[in-house]
Design a protein around this ligand. Structure first.
Ligand code: NI
Length: 167
């Protein structure tokens, strides 16, 4: 396994629309393992292939406290969504910044696993947020796109400032 480089905003590659996963082979499974390693090392709960410059419709997530409930979703599609929730989100492509985003509070999503087997997952709370956030990445969309221009500019200035301080 190897750790991958996570693209950071405003890298234009984050705006790429991913293509469907068509082949479920060892190369895909290696990619998935590398994405888990990268996500766990960065203390993230989700990572979309787009963020590691792989433009296939696939993401990994683990919202458990002890990093022991990994999920791989290839070609995810939302079958049903219910309710709304407003939660603070972060993103490995925006290190150190957080913002409230409104999402559906419950989703039912169908996807394939790394072997191409179809499954259905129902999620609420943080897992529902994560699924919607990662699916946006696959469309080239990022969480700050939901903010007002003023809020977005304040956050992006903060991101710049943190980068300058980090050298
Ligand atoms: Ni993200």
């Amino acid at each position: 396994m190897s750790k991958l480089t996570v693209l950071e905003f405003p890298d234009p590659r984050l705006r790429t629309k991913a293509a469907p996963v068509a082949v479920f082979d060892d190369a895909l499974r290696t990619r998935v393992s590398d994405m888990f390693e990268t996500m766990y090392a960065a203390r993230g709960v989700g990572l979309a292939a787009t963020q590691v410059d792989c433009h296939q419709r696939l993401f990994v997530m683990d919202v458990s406290e002890h990093d022991n409930q990994p999920h791989v979703l290839c070609n995810p599609r939302i079958l049903e969504r219910r309710g709304t929730q407003m939660e603070q989100e972060g993103c490995l492509s925006f290190p150190g910044i957080f913002a409230d985003v409104e999402r559906a509070s419950w989703v039912q999503v169908e996807a394939e696993d790394a072997d191409g087997k179809t499954f259905v997952l129902e999620a609420e709370g943080l897992m529902a947020v994560c699924i919607q956030h990662e699916m946006d990445h696959l469309q080239g969309k990022v969480f700050v796109d939901y903010l007002s221009p003023l809020k977005r500019s304040i956050l992006l200035k903060k991101l710049d400032k943190q980068r300058r301080q980090a050298g």
